[in-house]
Design a protein around this ligand. Structure first.
Ligand SMILES: [Zn+2]
Length: 82
């Protein structure tokens, strides 16, 4: 896809970090698969990945975690069976 932020470049598959914040909770997921713009650096995660992140964050918030940095794959449910 063409980046919708800068409209200059085709996005490429890569890894990014996603920060999710709610109230006093701050969760960072590293190594999240995304489409990344090589021109401006904007990262686009697909819907399945986003849902997986939100579900993972929800569990951590429920268990009382306030500040955490995680690897994406280790703390989120796989959405497709391989
Ligand atoms: Zn861009």
């Amino acid at each position: 896809m063409i980046c919708i932020i800068c409209d200059e470049a085709e996005t490429l598959p890569g890894l990014t970090s996603v920060l999710l914040e709610r109230d006093e909770h701050s969760l960072t997921f590293n190594n999240v698969p995304a489409q990344i713009c090589p021109n401006c650096g904007e990262a686009y995660t697909d819907e399945a990945v986003t849902i997986s992140l939100i579900n993972g964050a929800e569990k951590l918030v429920t268990s009382g975690v306030k500040l955490e940095v995680l690897e994406y794959s280790a703390h989120t449910e796989p959405l497709r069976s391989s």
